[in-house]
Design a protein around this ligand. Structure first.
Ligand code: ADP
Length: 293
């Protein structure tokens, strides 16, 4: 169990990236959703001990993460947003090298670990190829393989599916779901579908604060009967925005479909829409934006 209490981070330029964040994260997949600039990476880097928060506490089991970062690093697997370097080194050699860095000194044990991980992430057939030539999906699967070295108890993946095509994304998410059963996995993302597909629990971070937390199914339940849909002309959008709480607008077959949040029927032409997690998320982000305006 990961327990975060009252975490605040203020960067040197005065940006308050995290503002009193408290979260309890049990075993299994946990989705952290938020728009760009919400503070997700700051939170992930703080948990991964790559930066020290301004104030607050983080505990993982009996480890005080801020006071004992080296203890956390022993049980942590981290896939950062920008995994960065993709050298002309083979996947096998790179993973082997990373296992050395992670402290697996015994050659036999390391060989077994590296081989098992390459099999698990389905990169065994291309183990001899240079990482530089890997596709986005292959790189992310390699990223997961390196994060899994040493059987971590806490796994953090920061925006892992951005830029993956649907097939690669599916493959990646299935892999994550497999490893996510017995450990704490935090999936930070701005893609709602990732969370819908995978996570029994989630939170929405926006403006450095936790705006919402719970089980996706329960959160969707709370919006039941309050989401309304209408097809409009694009030019009418500003007018609808003035009169209604428009939480999303999207083009469907060249026309604009809006979703409105309202306790009552918002008027002619609206029909109820089955509220999905996307609506929960959009309603939360819209509320945060309004509060900040
Ligand atoms: P997210 O990962 O959700 O996009 P970040 O944690 O990257 O959010 O950023 C949160 C806020 O902190 C943003 O306003 C961002 O501009 C700011 N920020 C991030 N890193 C730094 C930094 N090194 N120095 C100053 N401000 C930063």
């Amino acid at each position: 169990m990961l327990t975060i209490e009252n975490l605040t981070h203020i960067y040197g330029n005065g940006t308050r990236a995290l503002d009193g964040v408290s979260l309890t994260i049990p075993k299994g997949m946990f989705g952290l959703l938020g728009p760009n600039g919400a503070g997700k990476s700051t939170l992930m880097r703080s948990i991964a001990t790559l930066q020290t928060p301004t104030s607050g506490s983080i505990r993982f089991g009996d480890i005080d993460v801020i006071a004992e970062p080296e203890k956390l690093r022993r049980v942590l697997g981290y896939l950062p947003q920008d995994f960065g370097v993709y050298p002309r080194v083979s996947a096998y050699d790179m993973l082997n090298h990373m296992a050395v860095l992670k402290g697996i000194a015994n050659g036999k044990e390391r060989k077994a670990t590296v081989e098992a991980l390459l099999q698990q992430v389905n990169l065994w057939p291309v183990r001899g190829k240079a990482l530089a030539g890997f596709s986005g999906g292959m790189r992310q699967r390699f990223g997961i393989a390196q994060a899994l070295i040493g059987n971590p108890e806490l796994i953090i993946v920061d925006e892992p599916t951005a830029g993956l095509d649907p097939e690669e994304r599916n493959r990646f998410l299935n892999l994550l779901a497999e490893v996510g059963e017995n450990v704490v996995v935090i999936l930070s993302t701005h893609i709602v579908q990732d969370v819908t597909d995978l996570c029994p629990r989630m939170a929405v971070l926006a403006g450095g604060k936790i705006q919402l937390e719970g089980a996706p199914t329960e959160l969707q339940h709370q919006l039941e009967g309050k989401i309304w849909r209408r097809t409009i002309d694009k030019a009418e959008l500003p007018e609808f925005r003035k009169r209604n709480e428009v939480i999303s607008s999207r083009l469907v077959g060249g026309r604009t479909v809006i979703h409105v949040l309202s306790d009552h029927h918002p008027g002619d032409g609206f029909e109820t829409a089955p509220g999905g997690l996307e609506d929960v998320y959009m309603a939360t982000v819209a509320k945060t934006r309004r509060a900040a305006a």
